[in-house]
Design a protein around this ligand. Sequence first.
Ligand code: 6PG
Length: 249
Amino acid sequence: MTPEIEVSRDLDEMSRRAADRFVEAAEETVAGRRPFYAALSGGSTPRTTFSLLAGTDFALRFPWNSTRFFQVDERSVPPDHRDSNFRMIREAMLDRAPLPPEDFHRMRAESADLESAAHDYAHEIAVALHPLGGLWPRFDLIQLGLGPDGHTASLFPGTAALEEEKRWVVPNHVTKLSTWRMTLTYPVINAAREIIFLVDGADKADVLRRVLYPESPEDRFPAQGIAPREGQLRWYLTESAARFLPKRS
Ligand code: 6PG
């Protein structure tokens, strides 16, 4: 499927469109009489979308009781730490949304044994999504962001997780940040029915152009590895992030 690109005036307009898409995708899935499985990223850009979902304009439309949230990636900090992706999602959405606590699956990336924690998280995904033997688990929607270095999830340039072809969830050491992360891997992300990128900010404009319109061998970035095998890819962009992209008629 051809990736869709939608450019919005600013973060608020982009977030409203993204929240609308979350609701539509959830309603479409639940209409098929099964839960809606979605995986959420961290960082700052999705905060407004998550906050809108739990707010007056969207909360009544969203099927909270039929939704199961997972995390795309997490930093190796406790869940109340300021850098915690879980904390951002909790403060933006979970503290106000009528989602049963057991239906948000937190990545325990603060664990001293990240390898076991990653394995346990993959098991949680298996129990919930129960893919048929040998198949990849299929999330209904995975929300991603884009870093100024072209990373997405915690798939950073030059890191081991980029090469993972078997495991669903891995610890990933990010040398330039001198830290460990936990992240879903390309095979799981690319098995999703739908992947939406949320990208905002002038600091993303150059890398976004090079990710979407590579011009030289140097234009190789982890975000380019996101290509759903049988799903839809959507880019939600703000004008500031999209300013170097070719104008669309
Ligand atoms: C994380 C994220 C990461 C994020 C990008 C963009 O843990 O940091 O999951 O992949 O999506 O870094 O972050 P911003 O939205 O803050 O620019």
